[in-house]
Design a protein. Structure first.
Lengths: 52, 330
């Protein structure tokens, strides 16, 4: 798997793990970031596939 | 005697702020200097100016968080605040010697918590406030990274058909003036407010203001003046660029990284969340670097940031607790 995609996937997982930990008023931030990183991971993976 | 101790702790807090400006100036001006948009001297004047005027743009929410949301106000005393501050300073010096890119903000939070626990035990910690700070220790660099990556992607997508590379570089070199100013504004807002928080805690502890008081204007001005003067005094000597330490930046990358870090700092400052400005810009630079290729990022530096996350709060808390016991013994 593309290393950059893997890195973004791990970042997404970290953000998911912080959703519960974040105070209620700020929980939307790790949620939005988890989604963003997941999209970035997907895009990065597709980018690397297109270069092969 | 009480008055002497009060002013001694105020002077120590402002010195801490001064050193913060001295040390972190390179973060905001590195790219402007390395691309020769401004001379080092002009660049630090530029950064110091925006450090100082941040007080007029942002409120004092971060200061309030430091003063009121870390430990219970009942436990605050000159001894606790002095020990907390010393914990942060000593920890910063130790990690500077070890080469860890530590955060003064995290050290200050750890120091306050450690000194307060040494005096009265763990129940004085305000878990809700610490939770907010702890979550954003990890989130702020990740936020900077994602924003920088997305911004850089958007910019490259917009200009990719434009063939006049020289013109583009000239435009982005100029834009760095704006992004560096924005980052300096965010740096001044978030970092100066941490010192304000310590000073406000001291004012409350000594009964000079009430526990629900706002930050007095002289505290705001002196904290911003200290960080601005620190930037002005030391910044130009330490322009060994943050950019080239992590990944090599072009003007477009500098603009993206600084803008993303500035946006993160604007948000956290407005929301009253103390974050590390160094870790935020580090995340943003990694974001720009990872757009080129992941191997362009020097992961050793990024990895040391993670170690700094893990070690700083317990480390500075331990130093602060030891300092508190020492002060009590003396």
């Amino acid at each position: 798997m593309d290393r950059r995609a893997l890195f973004f996937l791990i970042a997404s997982a970290i953000c998911i793990s912080l959703i519960k930990a974040a105070p209620a008023e700020f929980s939307w931030i790790p949620t939005a970031m988890a989604i963003t990183y997941a999209v970035m991971a997907g895009a990065s993976y597709l980018d690397s596939r297109s270069e092969d | 005697m009480e008055s002497f101790l009060f002013w001694a702790v105020i002077a120590t807090a402002l010195t801490f702020d001064f050193v913060n400006g001295f040390h972190d100036a390179a973060n905001s001006i590195a790219t402007v200097v390395s691309t020769r948009v401004l001379s080092p001297r002009l660049a630090v004047i530029w950064a110091a100016f925006f450090n100082f005027i941040a007080f007029a743009v942002f409120g004092t929410h971060v200061a309030t968080t430091i003063a009121k949301d870390v430990v219970s106000q009942d436990v605050l005393s000159i001894g606790v605040i002095f020990a907390g501050l010393m914990g942060a300073i000593v920890w910063d010096l130790i990690t500077f010697w070890l080469g860890l890119p530590t955060s003064s903000s995290h050290a200050m939070v750890g120091g306050m918590a450690g000194a307060a626990m040494a005096k009265a035990g763990g129940h004085v910690l305000i878990l809700e406030g610490l939770r907010k700070i702890g979550v954003f220790i990890v989130l702020s660099p990740l936020l900077g990274l994602a924003l920088a990556f997305l911004l850089m992607t958007a910019i490259l997508w917009i200009v990719h058909r434009y063939r006049k590379v020289k013109t583009l570089n000239r435009v982005f070199r100029r834009l760095q003036l704006v992004s560096a100013a924005a980052f300096s504004l965010g740096h001044g807002a978030n970092d100066a407010q941490k010192t304000m928080g310590i000073m406000l805690a001291l004012l409350i502890a000594t009964g000079r203001v009430g526990s629900d008081a706002e930050v007095p204007l002289w505290v705001v001005l002196s904290a911003h003046a200290a960080i601005g003067l620190g930037t002005l005094t030391g910044g130009w000597r330490i322009v060994h660029t943050m950019g080239s330490k992590i990944t090599k930046l072009q003007p477009v990358g500098g603009v993206s990284a600084e803008s993303a870090a500035a946006a993160t700092l604007f948000f956290t400052s407005s929301a009253g969340i103390p974050v590390s400005t160094t870790h935020t810009i580090t995340g943003a630079i990694v974001g720009v670097g990872s757009l080129q290729r992941l191997s362009a990022v020097r992961w050793g530096v990024a990895g040391r940031v993670v170690w700094a996350w893990v070690l700083t709060i317990p480390g500075s808390a331990a130093v602060a607790a030891a300092t508190y016991f020492l002060v009590q013994a003396v």
